[in-house]
Design a protein around this ligand. Sequence first.
Ligand code: PAF
Length: 242
Amino acid sequence: MATGLEIITDKDQMRKWSRSMRAQGKTIGLVPTMGYLHEGHISLIKVAQKHTNLIVVSIYVNPGQFSPSEDLSTYPSDFQGDIDKLKVLPVDVVFHPYNLYDYRDIESESKCNDPIRDSSGSESGDTGVVSCVEDKKLGHETWVRVERLEKGMCGKSRPVFFRGVATVVTKLFNIVEPDIAVFGKKDYQQWRIIRRMVRDLDFAVHVIGSEIVRDPDGLALSSRNVRLSPKEREKVCLLLLV
Ligand code: PAF
């Protein structure tokens, strides 16, 4: 049973918390999520519990992994419901930032004497797909790409998805500074991409893959399952038998 769940929304405060815990000799596990938590997420927390003293669950619907035609604005969410679920688990912190791509505070500090920023304006990215965060006002332009692994399977139909995932996971690793991070193998390509990124970029984070949790009809648990009609659900389950 968790004793006191802390909700942190500020990235500097999050980093400060992690560093003060580490100074006390504690290890930190991160479970990154986009919220609307279900038993699959709970199983990731249980895996993290086996490896670390403290657990941080991040809840952040990452605009960087959605292209404009995707379901960012309608992605299911129930923050209070998520907190109620986490309160009874051994989770220490919920990291719930508002916008990880908004640098306006930092920018205003360094605006003067920045010839590159001033002369380049704010051209958008080079992919031909304008992501929701390549906003002229926010000016985010740095992406992490795992070039070969991001190409096949889901990468074919979701062209900005994996660079968005790799970038936000990098951000979360840099902010939370966890010892371990747990990802579900349900998103198998994502899991492989994150492992490769951690290896290639020498992150000091041990990535653990957690087994798929399924409903009794065989469907893997997923926040987006709430959108399936009974007919669609039946169709998907039949595909599982093929
Ligand atoms: O699997 C997810 O929920 C997301 O892709 C992740 C890893 C939290 C990054 O936004």
